[in-house]
Design a protein around this ligand. Structure first.
Ligand code: FMN
Length: 309
């Protein structure tokens, strides 16, 4: 038997595997039992309705995916009234990803979520690239990241996870600022800015030009970011970026992640998350590991591993 229970701040998950925001919806219940996941994570909800970016919004590249979805959606009031009843059908804890265009809007939306039954935690997406600002987002700088996190922290007592961006120059500094501002966990990381060009038309393949890159080719970068954050902060890290197999998940956990999220791989294989979970159990059993938490930080230099214990 392998113990899978995973503590992320104030929340205990049944296991450490969950979906990545924006790559999954309740309709996946048709192909698998979503209550077997450690948590459910919604796509980012914004305070107001948004139309999203110009088409096309997806472009496949070698070993990866570019997207410039632009967080289209019907806004927070619609989410609370229409989407939440559907999410409440599941037993797995629901993590609502929240994105907002200003600190004040982050605070207002967090207060609404705090008053919404069935929300287990907020994942503050401070890293969504704002393409109109040439890719700049709250998560680019420690100061702007901390301002958004502090606003959400003050407005809601819900467990607060903060999703960081790989596009910043110093992820460790941003991670420390988020921890100091009240983050209970860090989700590392969102997509990295990329570009693909159609050489017949000499135009970017995405309508918005640049987009967020995800999938297998992103994995070594995301893994490095987890490794750096794990040595910078004491709060749990949830690793995400290019995970499609249990072996990938083990790598992230050994780099310091307490849990993992699966995104792009679910588009290729909708049951990828459960395959990762089952493979994780098999790996631990084969290696005589009785608690999945033992994997966390196994590959970190000894000093940091000791500090985390
Ligand atoms: C189509 C698509 C939509 C996404 N939407 C969101 C989103 O709404 N909020 C968010 O925080 N991340 C979003 N992401 C980023 C993923 O949650 C994840 O951080 C990233 O894709 C890296 O993981 P992966 O390589 O496993 O996909 C999106 C990614 C993709 C591919």
């Amino acid at each position: 038997m392998v113990r899978l229970a995973t503590r992320i701040g104030g929340l205990t998950l049944a296991n450490p595997v969950m979906p990545a925001s924006g790559t999954f919806g309740p309709e996946l219940a048709e192909v698998m039992d979503l209550d077997r996941l450690g948590a459910l994570v919604t796509k980012s909800v914004t305070p107001e309705a948004r139309t999203g970016n110009a088409l096309p919004r997806l472009a496949e590249t070698e070993n990866g995916l570019l997207n410039s979805i632009g967080i289209p959606g019907k806004g927070l009031a619609h989410f609370v009234a229409q989407a939440m009843p559907e999410w409440r059908r599941f037993r797995a804890p629901l993590v609502v990803s929240l994105s907002a265009p200003s600190v004040a809007e982050f605070a207002r939306a967090a207060a609404v979520l705090a008053a919404t039954p069935g929300v287990a935690a907020i994942e503050a997406n401070i890293s969504c690239p704002n393409l109109e600002e040439d890719g700049r987002a709250f998560a680019m700088l420690p100061e702007t990241a901390a301002a958004a996190v502090a606003a959400v922290r003050a407005a809601s007592a819900l467990p607060l996870w903060v999703k960081l961006s790989p596009n910043t120059a110093d992820i460790a500094a941003v991670a420390r600022a988020c921890e100091a501002a009240g983050a209970e966990a860090l989700v590392v990381a969102n997509t990295i800015l990329g570009l693909a060009i159609d050489i017949e038309t000499a135009r970017p393949r995405l309508g918005a030009g640049m987009g967020g890159f995800s999938g297998p080719a992103f994995k070594p970068i995301a893994l490095r970011l987890v490794w750096q954050c794990a040595q910078a902060v004491g709060i749990p890290i949830i690793g995400v970026g290019g995970i499609s197999t249990a072996e990938d998940a083990v790598e992230f956990m050994m780099a310091g992640a307490s849990a993992v999220q699966v995104g792009t791989a679910s588009f290729v294989q909708p049951t990828a998350m459960l395959d990762v979970l089952e493979g994780l159990v098999a790996f631990c059993a084969r290696r005589g590991i009785t608690d999945v938490a033992q994997l966390v930080g196994m590959a970190l230099p000894a000093r940091e591993r000791l500090a985390a214990e």
